[in-house]
Design a protein around this ligand. Structure first.
Ligand code: TXA
Ligand code: MG
Length: 337
């Protein structure tokens, strides 16, 4: 039976919270992307996430909690982690910290650290509150494909593999949370760029009187964060990147190539022209990003050429370019990871 999509009435929210407590999966909106949630303390429930997404077991999950108090029951916090949680939670920041024994090994892929985040989306918060359990939730898409930012996206990818989708409309941020490893409080490492920048993190730590360095994402971060593969977030249509779409490409007649501009190009737009933002707003570009990748993927083009975000787009531009680079990454051979 295909998944049922629920509107967020009080009755439906209670029903979905009860399903989570019973060990079922529920796709829920967060401010970043939709997550596929399960009781994080129930290994059997979490195993269903990996099965539904066809996600390899060595790609750990992010655990969602209502607040810092709930987080401290799952991980060993240090002062730097507390300062960041107090400043940025609820919000798009995931903290990686030493895990406590209650967290099942399947959640962390056997690692001794756990990734935690308190989401800001009111519906995710309501579900957390009603269910009264921490929720493990990776993005609600088949492994490796473009992340979902609407309930329709979830349905398109997982509609035959899950039962419950909570519809909260489009996600307001549009790209996944910033992941920072805080297990060494003096040397923080950003593992995935997102809506909160390394600079913001170090400014807040400094203002709190803490001495810590915050390093930018590594080029090969999958050693630390196994899910961050070279190829990820990928449309089916081959995607290539450029810094500016060349005029030759723009004026190719009858092109089978979909062009994704960073901002609305001047002149009369053609059918295969798309843009992430009207006037170059990084926030708007992030909100549109995954939807547009999906739309261009669904329109029968033989390839997609996307313009990278310019340096002026700041850390959201960095986050978008990270996803674009992975989306364009080398295809894995079938069956390999
Ligand atoms: O915004 C988000 O973070 C969304 C929403 C749903 O909260 N979630 C999300 O989850 O993007 P997912 O599974 O698509 O990405 C989780 C990534 C893993 O692929 C891995 O790279 C990293 O988080 N991760 C999880 N646990 C980790 C750990 N213990 N150490 C290092 N990285 C970890
Ligand atoms: Mg994901």
């Amino acid at each position: 039976m295909p998944a049922r999509t629920y509107r967020p009435s009080p009755r439906n929210l209670r029903l979905l919270a009860a399903a989570l407590r019973r060990g079922e999966l529920v796709a829920m909106p967060t401010e970043t992307v939709y997550g596929l949630a399960a009781n994080a303390l129930d290994a059997r429930a979490c195993r269903k996430i990996f099965a539904a997404k066809r996600r390899p077991a060595n790609d750990p999950l992010i655990v969602h909690v209502p607040d810092l108090r709930a987080a401290e029951k799952l991980a060993v916090f240090n002062e730097a982690a507390r300062v960041l949680a107090k400043k940025f939670w609820p919000g798009p920041l995931t903290l990686v910290l030493p895990k406590r024994a209650v967290v099942p090994g399947i959640v962390t892929s056997g690692q001794d650290t756990v990734a935690l985040r308190s989401p800001a989306h009111p519906l995710a918060r309501r579900l957390l509150q009603l269910a009264g359990i921490p929720l493990a939730a990776p993005s609600a898409n088949p492994f490796g494909y473009v992340s979902p930012t609407t309930a329709e996206h979830v349905h398109a990818g997982l509609g035959r593999r899950i039962k419950h989708i909570l519809d909260g409309g489009a996600c307001p941020v549009g790209v996944e949370s910033t992941i920072v490893d805080v297990s060494d409080p003096h040397r923080l490492r950003v593992l995935r760029p997102g809506a909160i920048s390394a600079r913001q993190l170090s400014d807040v730590l400094r203002a709190a009187g803490l001495r810590a360095t915050v390093s930018q994402p590594q080029r090969k971060p999958q050693v630390l964060a196994p899910g961050l593969l070279d190829q990820h977030y990928s449309p089916h249509t081959p995607l290539s990147l450029c810094t500016r779409i060349a005029s030759a490409l723009r004026h190719e007649p009858g092109s089978k190539t979909a062009l994704i501009f960073w901002r609305k190009p001047a002149g009369h737009a053609r059918k295969n022209w798309h843009w992430l933002s009207d006037a170059g707003s990084p926030e708007q570009a992030a909100r549109n990003f995954y939807s547009l990748l999906r739309r261009t993927d669904a329109t029968g083009h033989t390839r997609i050429v996307a313009e990278k975000a310019p340096a002026s787009a700041g850390h959201l531009g960095v986050a978008i370019n990270d996803r674009l680079t992975r989306a364009a990454g080398k295809r894995r051979a079938p069956g390999s990871r």
